[in-house]
Design a protein around this ligand. Structure first.
Ligand code: SF4
Length: 100
């Protein structure tokens, strides 16, 4: 039965030292990274920029950390693609994954 033959692909996240744009590795993916984490940490500048872009799920904690909550899927994800790609936060730019 096909249900039991399906193979769940495990992926390992990697945070690169430098941002990467137009990563071909992402083309066949359904944006698992934009759905698979509770939040993305932001700088204050990124927080302000996303606020200007209309982000509704921003968090500014009393300890000074800023976040974009992406639990159950980032609000900027449209048809499995980032709708603010040119303005996405640094962590999103540096993140990639590999199958393990
Ligand atoms: S900002 Fe873009 S790249 Fe970052 S989690 Fe949201 S949809 Fe994904």
């Amino acid at each position: 039965m096909d249900l039991f033959r399906s193979r769940r692909v495990k992926k390992r996240g990697i945070l690169l030292d430098e941002p990467v744009d137009g990563n071909d590795h992402c083309n066949g993916c359904d944006a698992a990274c934009c759905r698979g984490f509770p939040s993305v940490e932001l700088t204050h500048q990124e927080y302000a920029a996303l606020e200007r872009l209309g982000a509704a799920r921003l968090q500014f904690l009393l300890d000074g950390h800023h976040y974009l909550v992406i639990e159950n899927g980032c609000e900027f994800l449209i048809e499995s693609r980032c709708s603010i790609y040119d303005h996405r936060p640094s962590i999103c730019r540096r993140f990639t994954c590999r199958e393990v």
